[in-house]
Design a binder for this molecule. Structure first.
Ligand SMILES: C[S@@+](CC[C@H](N)C(=O)[O-])C[C@H]1O[C@@H](n2cnc3c(N)ncnc32)[C@H](O)[C@@H]1O
Length: 282
């Protein structure tokens, strides 16, 4: 079969799964052939060999498996990271969390950060690349994220500055930390997710408890109890109100919520050392 015919067939097979079936068919064929997507257009009469192997990739995608697990790679911020089953695929929203943390890190000359829930290492790797003097301790409770994050950290030569440890929240972190960043699991246990997420992404990365915000609240308490100045967290679009109430109940006075590019509430930054609502200068 030629490239043109292969793409027509694959597009048909993906039309019930993908919003952009032709585009994804092209991405998968380019990946399979080890070429750029634009190359396919220039050589659309080229015969594709070993169609069975390519068909298997298309079948996986038609069964809702995320593209990133099939290729083992994800583009995030300004880098490409390795991912595999058992590790959350980092989302574009999380880039906003990184930018907020970067702003504080630069302004406050922060040199020591902890990340809770390292996953693929996306947040820690990007921050460490941005700030050559920054040291990061990143935790996770699951083995696969620890393995994959370690591989990504090594791939960027950051192993001297980014340490990954198996730990519930910050329990095993002994270093003096100035800021904690986390994109924790924050979805309610009974929330119905899309098939590509529900069937393929790790439950430990998604579900935060019966209500969903349990782990977020525990993180706030832990960071407060350790006397760490800053906490920056991603959260669910419907968690601003319960988190505000929780802050008020626990004497957290200086905090700021942020929204994602779709205008949805997406997270917060706390400065535990400020005793007023000066929202401009967290
Ligand atoms: C939503 S994922 C975030 C991964 C990555 N930081 C990112 O933004 O792409 C949450 C991560 O937290 C980890 N996790 C869940 N509960 C945890 C806990 N109690 N302590 C540490 N890590 C935890 C999960 O295994 C998962 O890797």
């Amino acid at each position: 079969m030629t490239i043109q015919q292969t793409l027509q067939r694959a597009t048909q097979q993906l039309k019930n799964t993908c919003e952009r079936p032709r585009f994804e068919a092209e991405l998968l064929l380019a990946y399979y052939l080890g070429k750029e997507r634009t190359w396919l257009h220039a050589f659309n009469d080229y015969e594709v060999e070993n169609m069975e192997a390519f068909e298997k990739l298309i079948e996986r995608r038609a069964n809702h498996e995320p593209y990133e697990y099939i290729t083992g790679k994800v583009s995030f911020y300004d880098i490409e990271l390795m991912v595999e089953h058992g590790v959350l695929i980092p989302r574009p929203e999380t880039e906003l969390l990184i930018d907020l943390v970067a702003e504080i890190t630069e302004r406050e000359q922060i040199t020591s950060i902890a990340e809770i829930g390292v996953g693929s290492g996306a947040i820690s790797v990007v921050l460490a690349r941005k700030f050559p003097n920054l040291k990061v301790v990143a935790t996770d409770i699951c083995d696969t994220p620890i393995k994959v994050a370690t591989q990504n950290i090594q791939a960027f030569g950051l192993e001297n500055r980014v340490k990954v440890i198996k730990s519930n929240l910050l329990d095993e972190v002994t270093e003096k930390i100035q800021l904690v960043v986390s994109n924790p699991p924050y979805i309610a246990d009974d929330f119905e997710l899309e098939r590509n997420v529900a069937e393929y992404e790790p439950k430990e990365a998604l579900f935060g408890g019966k209500v969903g915000d349990e782990l977020l609240k525990q993180i706030v308490l832990d960071v407060q109890a350790r006397g760490i100045k800053y906490l920056a967290c991603e959260m669910g679009y419907d968690q601003k109100e319960p988190m505000t109430q929780f802050f008020n109940q626990n004497g957290v006075q200086s905090y700021q919520f942020y929204q994602d590019l779709a205008g949805l509430d997406r997270g917060f930054v706390i400065n535990f050392y400020k005793d007023n609502h000066d929202k401009k200068n967290l």
